[in-house]
Design a binder for this molecule. Structure first.
Ligand SMILES: NC(=O)c1ccc[n+]([C@@H]2O[C@H](COP(=O)([O-])OP(=O)(O)OC[C@H]3O[C@@H](n4cnc5c(N)ncnc54)[C@H](OP(=O)(O)O)[C@@H]3O)[C@@H](O)[C@H]2O)c1
Length: 316
């Protein structure tokens, strides 16, 4: 089985180019089985977040696997990402959020701590403080101040690297110009229907690794509408799948890898978890890569519209 390769961060550390997404599953038995199946299939990278309400189960599965491995697996073999939620953007809360994450995971440090979104929400009013207008109540905390606190988390050893998620080019430029520790990563949506080319080009020029979320178009999203496009069923993807004797998901993940991205498909199904790992044993030709340019109908699956009035809302 070809092994999962790593991409190098600007700080010299590395991230496995395939990780397991964990959003939208909170059941302990399902998650523990999924994480254990993923480890068996060679995954070492797990993408977590404070707001996914499931980190205790992921941590348990990883710790149990390490304990049961008789020394074959160690914490250092894993790459764990988590994210500071929008109601934790003040300095004190950035630290509190990380402490709570580590406690839930049962780990001493993260490999990567991200600012989940550039928008801060009102603190101490729950995770989704909604105003009477149906929109998230903002805090006045600037993401540059949040980022300064993130840097302290590297200095105190609770995370190896820091980065951002859902930041646009202007926001990244701000962080690059004002921060002391460079963000190693921007985690953003990328899939055939939302190719995000300009942002990816900017990040790659600045040596910021792009982690592609919703790589398969998040077919399990709660706000799915029957008329929404489905990347996994697109004729271009289906044709390539037939040609390479691979599944549609494998074709999409391979296309993302060949764009130099990290992919974090979510699955809780052991068969699909394994399927998604078998993407290192074939290549798409440059003509096949170019075929993806024919996806005209761009469609963002994660719009976070309840926060679209926020001064730091990143999308146009
Ligand atoms: N930073 C952010 O703001 C942000 C936002 C969204 C997501 N994320 C991260 O990115 C991860 C991935 O994104 P996502 O979960 O939204 O969507 P996704 O990975 O694009 O899609 C997940 C869905 O695809 C299904 N699936 C998985 N493998 C498949 C296969 N081989 N064939 C057919 N269907 C398959 C899964 O079903 P089964 O589980 O039943 O297999 C699930 O319904 C998240 O889990 C999370 O870790 C981050």
């Amino acid at each position: 089985m070809p092994s999962i390769n790593n991409l190098k961060f600007s700080n010299g550390l590395e991230i496995p180019s395939l990780g397991l997404g964990t959003y939208k599953e909170e059941k302990e038995d399902v998650l523990v089985d999924a994480v254990k199946a993923a480890i068996k299939s060679g995954y070492r990278h797990f993408d977590c977040a404070h707001i996914y309400f499931n980190e205790q189960h992921i941590g348990k599965a990883i710790r149990d696997t390490i304990a049961e491995s008789n020394g074959a697996l160690k914490r250092e073999d894993f790459f764990i990402t988590s994210k500071c939620w929008n109601t934790y953007h003040s300095r004190e809360k950035v630290h509190l959020c990380l402490d709570q994450i580590l406690q839930r995971l049962g780990l001493e440090y993260l490999d990567l701590y991200l600012i989940h979104w550039p928008m801060g929400f009102k603190e101490d009013a729950g995770d989704y403080p909604l105003g009477e207008d149906g929109k998230m109540i903002p805090s006045d905390i600037h993401y540059l101040d949040t980022y300064k606190a993130m840097e302290e988390c590297v200095r105190n050893g609770k995370t190896k690297s820091i980065g951002v998620s859902n930041f646009n080019i202007k926001q990244l430029e701000d962080v690059l110009a004002n921060g002391e520790i460079k963000p190693v990563c921007n985690q953003v949506e990328v899939n055939p229907l939302f190719q995000n080319a300009e942002l990816i080009e900017f990040c790659q020029k600045k040596n910021i690794v792009v982690v592609a979320y919703a790589p398969l178009g998040a077919p399990d999203r709660a706000w799915l509408k029957t008329e929404d496009p489905v990347p996994l069923q697109h004729p271009i993807v289906l044709n390539l799948a037939k040609k390479h004797n691979k599944s549609p998901a494998q074709i999409i993940l391979r296309w993302l890898l060949q764009r130099g991205l990290v992919v974090i498909p979510k699955s809780v199904n052991p068969t699909r978890i394994e399927e998604n790992s078998k993407i290192f044993d074939f290549n798409l030709s440059s003509e096949e890569m170019t075929e993806f340019k024919n996806f005209r109908d761009q469609f963002r699956f994660y719009k976070f519209e309840v926060a679209d009035k926020h001064q730091f809302y990143p999308f146009e």
